[in-house]
Design a protein around this ligand. Structure first.
Ligand code: ADP
Length: 414
């Protein structure tokens, strides 16, 4: 193979283009090794730092017949205790050229006989060890080698390969950061899932105990004013515990949706009845806050096959938001259908949402109100939207600042 790249600038431009085509860590490493063995070398290894140690992540060879042999090299991780040029290049921060792989050099490369034999069998001659850098820091080392007995890498080649290594280093670092960010997100969702599960258990027991205390006090029929005050305090604790349970449930739902574990279990039910039932469950709160909810439907019943619990959750979420952001004005929940969809709308006359903000409100943890004025986690609409999407339906909003908002849910019958 001629280790000559005719138009180096064009080659580097092409390399940059190919490297920017992916953000996947393993694909990036594979692209780099492939670029090298189809241009300037017969053999290539990529070692990347994990902490202070280099980890072998990619190996490639130009001769398909030597693939198996090349993959053996994976087993031999570079050892900082050996006199290996790989670690020297990393320390130096500049390429190291071995013009010829002499017997003497080979014996100094590794203490492992099998490794030396593999290199010999591969027929590797001239080597170059090039540090991979990103933001001025060495993040790994690129090892390249030729199989031509009469060829030696030169200083000119080193300048060119350093240029390629610069682009490769930046691409590897970008892909690595992306991979780490994805892993961190996954860990966070897993943690949320476990934490919210664990928190639910003691909370259920607290609620049961509070209810038990209330029952005992009511049975004792005491007129003592101290007892009256105790009942008031227990009622407050119960409300706060319920609120905490709702927040924990929201967190649990976020982790279920984000980790792709949302399961839709369909059953046949009437949407009109469900809307009435959900509003009923809010009665105490609506009466306390003096808010009127009107229920309208063009149909007597709207029977469909959907996930009962999840649709109940969506209606509750939308109604709860209408109460929270509706400035205590009348809320209207209307429903209807056409041939393909059931439709229901939750309309309030509250603060409204600007057109720009309407783009964000369905995203996870996104809130467009001040935390001081309105409390919340910013997950209700995200979960509702994911539930409706899982039903192949649509959740949209029409709103004007200061005039109110209407959330529209379209649920397909099939
Ligand atoms: P939360 O209400 O806990 O913040 P949601 O995901 O339910 O979370 O809503 C996201 C954001 O959308 C809210 O913070 C609020 O800014 C806006 N929003 C939702 N519903 C309404 C509504 N009915 N009227 C005005 N703004 C709303």
């Amino acid at each position: 193979m001629p280790y000559i790249v005719k138009d180096k600038i064009l080659f580097l431009a092409e390399a940059s283009k190919i490297l920017s085509s992916t953000i996947d860590y393993n694909v990036t490493l594979a692209i780099i090794s492939k670029l090298i063995v189809t241009s300037i070398a017969d053999f290539c290894i990529i070692d990347i730092f994990e902490g202070h140690k280099l980890k072998r992540l990619a190996v490639n060879v130009s001769d398909p017949k030597k693939q198996q042999l090349a993959h053996k090299v994976f087993r031999f991780m570079p050892d900082p205790r050996n006199k290996e040029a790989i670690y020297d290049a990393a320390k130096l921060g500049a390429p190291i050229i071995i013009p010829k792989a002499t017997k003497q050099w080979l014996s100094s490369v590794s203490k492992i006989k099998e490794e030396r034999e593999t290199i010999e069998k591969l027929g590797l001659n001239s080597h170059m060890f090039v540090p991979l850098k990103s933001g001025g820091e060495v993040i790994g080392v690129l090892t390249i080698a030729s199989m031509d007995k009469n060829f030696s890498y030169t200083q000119d080649d080193a300048v060119f390969i350093e240029e390629l290594a610069l682009r490769a280093g930046a691409a590897v670092d970008k892909a690595r950061l992306y991979k780490e960010a994805q892993e961190a997100l996954y860990t966070r969702d897993e943690f949320l899932s476990i934490a919210s599960h664990e928190l639910k258990t003691p909370l259920t027991s607290i609620l049961l105990n509070l209810q038990g205390m209330l029952n005992k006090i009511h049975k004792s029929n005491s007129k003592n004013p101290e007892i009256k005050e105790t009942v008031r305090l227990i009622e407050i604790s119960k409300r706060q515990t319920h609120r905490m349970a709702r927040l924990i449930n929201d967190l649990l739902n976020v982790s279920v949706v984000s980790t792709g574990k949302l399961k839709i279990e369909k059953e046949k039910f009437d949407l009109v009845t469900l809307i009435n039932d959900v509003v009923m469950s809010f009665r105490t709160r609506l009466t306390n806050e003096k808010i009127d909810v009107k229920i309208q439907s063009s149909e007597k019943e709207i029977i469909g096959n959907w996930d009962y619990v999840r649709i109940e959750q969506v209606i509750s979420n939308l109604l709860s938001n209408a109460i929270k952001y509706g400035k205590k004005k009348t809320i209207t929940i209307s429903s209807g259908k056409n041939n393909s969809y059931a439709i229901f709308k939750v309309k309030d006359q509250g603060i409204g949402i600007s057109e720009k903000d309407q783009e964000y409100i369905f995203e996870r943890f996104k809130r467009v109100v001040s935390d001081n004025e309105y409390s919340g986690l910013g997950v209700g609409l995200y979960i509702a939207n994911q539930i409706i999407k899982a039903h192949k339906g649509r959740l949209t909003v029409k709103s004007q600042v200061g005039k109110g908002s209407t959330f529209i849910v379209e649920l397909p019958f099939k």
